[in-house]
Design a protein around this ligand. Structure first.
Ligand SMILES: Cc1cc2nc3c(=O)[nH]c(=O)nc-3n(C[C@H](O)[C@H](O)[C@H](O)COP(=O)(O)OP(=O)(O)OC[C@H]3O[C@@H](n4cnc5c(N)ncnc54)[C@H](O)[C@@H]3O)c2cc1C
Length: 298
């Protein structure tokens, strides 16, 4: 099977890319293996017109609207590899088939690895989060925890007017130098977190092996982000220091014909992706425009 543009990823970046390509009647196939970054979240926020919408509803509506465009198809399948030969990209799909394309839009997102504290994974996306825009307001007027010394100055400033009070769990890390006007800081190792009384019970290692616990309504952490798919590596794409794919203002990667948008990529001017649904959709549109131009100029 051949298509003009192969889109890998069916989150906001890939869905918007598919819509943009469908709008000008170019052929595209979108692959989606159903592993979304915000899968653990019941409601997304800070998305204009969709503040509080469940992410699966957002994706379902986008998929339904794509059915109006005959040149776009969606395959719920995993792409295993992408190779280029003579300016054409060959995608090997998990079902054994191959799809060729003149351009590729990578929209495969990132994976989060949480700090290794027992219990965090179970509460992730609910009572444990990383982004104050996404999860802050729901904790209004409550006691909120921040796990990690390095992120504490920034996050405590962001949450200052949202939370009634803040507490920082350094988990044994040193605080950044010169941080004044800080909230209370607890320096013990964090042994575990668990859901308790509608919030999070944080258990800390104390002096002489004694344990103590703190109750917060929600907890902010910093996950490590890594590429969720192997295509940047397979295609030898240049990366930013963050580990995300380096793109220019048109979503172009370092390899002609390969475009990227969403959490997996960002401009070199940013330290990390501005990871949000709106930014991912915008980047998907930019990448689609770049891919269309590449196809038109063949
Ligand atoms: C806990 C949490 C809460 C969040 N809350 C919010 C919020 O409230 N508001 C907000 O704006 N943002 C929120 N975000 C951020 C938001 O989820 C991301 O910025 C957004 O989903 C990025 O979109 P994307 O299209 O780049 O990637 P994703 O949405 O992660 O989509 C990646 C796509 O690639 C596909 N894929 C990956 N590999 C393959 C492969 N090999 N073959 C085929 N398909 C593949 C996946 O199946 C998926 O379809 C949150 C993030 C987290 C972690």
């Amino acid at each position: 099977m051949h298509t003009d543009i192969a889109i890998i990823g069916g989150g906001p970046a890939g869905l918007q890319a598919a819509l943009s390509i469908g709008r000008i009647h170019r052929d595209a196939v979108l692959f989606d293996d159903g592993t979304y970054r915000n899968a653990a979240v019941s409601h997304m926020h800070n998305v204009v017109g969709n503040d509080g919408t469940p992410p699966e509803e957002f994706r379902a509506l986008a998929r339904k609207q794509l059915t109006a465009y005959d040149t776009v198809s969606v395959r719920e399948e995993r792409v295993e590899s992408v190779e280029e030969a003579d300016g054409t990209f060959h995608l090997r799909v998990a079902d054994g088939s191959t799809v060729t394309a003149y351009a590729v839009v990578l929209a495969t997102g990132v994976r989060d690895t949480l700090p290794p504290v027992p219990g965090l994974e179970d509460l992730w996306g609910d009572l444990v989060a990383h982004c104050p825009f996404c999860h802050g307001h729901e904790l209004s007027g409550e006691r909120v925890g921040i796990l990690g010394a390095a992120i504490a100055p920034h996050l405590s400033a962001m949450l200052d007017r949202v939370a009634s009070d803040l507490v920082v769990f350094t988990d044994g890390e040193a605080l950044p130098d010169g941080w004044d006007n800080r909230p209370p800081v607890l320096t013990g190792r964090v042994l575990s977190v668990e859901r308790r009384d509608g919030g999070v019970r944080v258990t800390l290692d104390g002096v002489d092996g004694a344990q103590s616990s703190e109750q917060v309504a929600g907890l902010f952490v910093k996950p490590a982000m890594t590429q969720s798919a192997p295509f940047a590596e397979q295609l030898g794409l240049e990366l930013n220091p963050s580990g995300c794919v380096r793109v220019d203002e048109f979503g172009r990667t370092s390899r002609p014909g390969v475009f990227a948008g969403g959490d997996l990529a960002h401009l070199p001017a940013y330290p990390m992706p501005m990871a949000s649904v709106t930014m991912a959709a915008a980047a998907g549109q930019v990448a689609a425009s770049g891919a269309i131009m590449a196809v038109l100029s063949r």
